[in-house]
Unconditional design. Structure first.
Length: 321
């Protein structure tokens, strides 16, 4: 008898076909988000699951899934999975590192350029029929070329963002919990600075750290105050790394120039106050969403699930047991 697995959200057909060769697959192709109770009841008799960042895997859920051996996230970030609870329950957890770095880095630049050049604000004006001609001072933005880019987190995605800065002839500074090796610093042309130096010197502050209790509100009221009044903040990492209430206050008072956000606290129920602000570019957590990359992510998660339940050695195991 094939092991039973749950695919919690819609995936690509060929990914399901691949999984079906190995498993009896129960899949939520209608893509209805599942609450904790539905997820627990659907998972209770399964050996494995392919999940997304919208599903929380914790001790309460695991206590109801005695047969579960593996949960495979279709995401590189895995703050939706309680790794300690997985360890206790003997459940392997995996993520999808590597395959989304370039696409997420590209989207970070989409946010940087759209925010500095006020693109969504200008487009809304045009769509509303308000454009009555060229004006010298219309939608004055900020230059990206030759500006200083400040990167929090020079991991895989942070490095991609740094590489892309070369074409804009920018100065790149970064801060991280650990300083990168000199080969990485040289390849990225990035100089290590303190958190305070980054905040006070950067024209563009962009965040590429994982979310955890250590990075919760890494950027809050005090940090936003240290930024230049002409600077912008970009977040394509995780909601919760930025204190959204503090950011809204800061954007409203014009203490910084703007923000570009792909992620929010309490997604998808983000703070509605953002909608009333013109100096913020908003996106619904799509940084990795190119057709090719989302397919690679889903296939890698499927490969992890197959390896976990057949060999016990998935390539992207987060918790060697
Ligand atoms: C997306 O947010 C991911 O972590 O892959």
């Amino acid at each position: 008898m094939k092991p039973k697995v749950l695919v919690t959200r819609e995936v690509f057909d060929d990914v399901l076909e691949y999984l079906s060769k190995h498993f009896e697959v129960i899949s939520n192709q209608s893509d209805q988000p599942m609450d904790a109770e539905t997820l627990a009841s659907k998972l209770s008799d399964k050996q494995g699951a392919m999940i997304t960042l919208s599903e929380r895997i914790d001790a309460t859920l695991l206590s109801r899934c005695p047969n579960l051996k593996a949960v495979c996230n279709i995401a590189v970030g895995y703050n939706n999975i309680d790794i300690e609870a997985c360890n206790k329950a003997g459940v392997m957890a995996t993520n999808t590192p590597g395959v989304l770095d370039d696409t997420t880095g590209d989207f970070t630049w989409t946010l940087i350029l759209a925010t500095t050049r006020r693109l969504t604000e200008a487009e809304a004006y045009l769509r509303a029929g308000q454009w009555d001609g060229w004006k010298l001072k219309q939608f004055l933005g900020l230059d990206v070329h030759h500006a200083t880019l400040g990167i929090f987190g020079l991991g895989r995605i942070g490095q991609v963002v740094a590489h892309r800065a070369t074409g804009f002839e920018m100065k790149v500074i970064y801060h991280d919990v650990r300083r990168a090796v000199s080969e990485i610093e040289e390849a990225c042309r990035a100089s290590f600075v303190s958190k305070e130096e980054l905040l006070s010197q950067a024209d563009i502050v962009t965040i590429h750290v994982p979310y955890s209790s250590a990075t919760h509100h890494l950027i809050g009221k005090a940090e936003l105050k240290q930024m230049k009044s002409t600077a912008i903040l970009i977040n394509a990492s995780r909601g919760g790394v930025v204190d959204d209430v503090a950011l809204i206050e800061t954007l409203r008072s014009g203490t910084i120039a703007g923000a570009g956000l792909d992620v929010f606290e309490n997604e998808p129920k983000f703070n509605p106050e953002f909608l009333g602000l013109k100096n913020v570019v908003l996106a619904p957590h799509i940084a990795s969403s190119s057709k090719a990359t989302r397919h690679k992510m889903a296939m890698l998660a499927a490969e992890n699930l197959v390896a976990a339940l057949t060999t016990g050695k998935p390539p992207n195991l987060l918790n060697p047991l």
